[in-house]
Design a protein around this ligand. Structure first.
Ligand SMILES: [Cu+2]
Length: 156
């Protein structure tokens, strides 16, 4: 929590202030890819557009059942690894893509039968300014050729 507060102070943004009327966020194409039926983890993707002239910051993702984390896949020296992020800035007038190979919403510890293709998952995206924004992810099988994350080394 302290790290999040420090990050927001650096951005000059009010911490947990409610300025929902200032921001106009649009979440598009929320989808969760699962590599195979019994995979223990899955990753959520989407686009977050900010049509307003102030930035916002994604600070949490919540669901009733799972504890998703914000991850970013990074590659250095030919080794792909995932880094846990406390927050993601959504710039004024910009769009942030959560997409395979980059930012994603990581859901780990899946039990057999959870998050099968065709199901949906209701989640809440928590932004510094916009507050809680509900989103419904659709679960789909991992498209051919996409990275399934399961071989990634966790750092941080
Ligand atoms: Cu991840």
């Amino acid at each position: 929590m302290f790290r999040i507060a420090a990050f927001l102070l650096l951005l000059g943004a009010p911490v947990f202030a409610s300025d929902a009327s200032l921001v106009d966020l649009k979440i598009s194409n929320p989808v969760i890819y699962k590599a195979f039926d019994k995979a223990r983890s899955a990753a959520g993707y989407m686009m977050i557009g900010n049509a307003s002239d102030v930035s916002d910051v994604l600070i949490d993702v919540q669901t009733n059942k799972f504890r998703p984390m914000i991850h970013e896949s990074q590659e250095s020296d030919g080794i792909a690894r995932m880094v846990h992020l406390d927050a993601v800035e959504i710039p004024a007038g910009g769009t942030v893509h959560f997409a395979p190979g980059g930012l994603h919403i990581m859901i780990m510890g899946l039990q057999p039968g959870e998050l099968q293709a065709g199901e949906t998952l209701d989640a809440v995206l928590v932004f510094d300014r916009a507050g809680e924004v509900p989103v419904t992810f659709t679960v789909e099988a991992m498209p051919m050729g996409e990275n399934d994350h399961s071989d990634h080394e966790m750092t941080n």
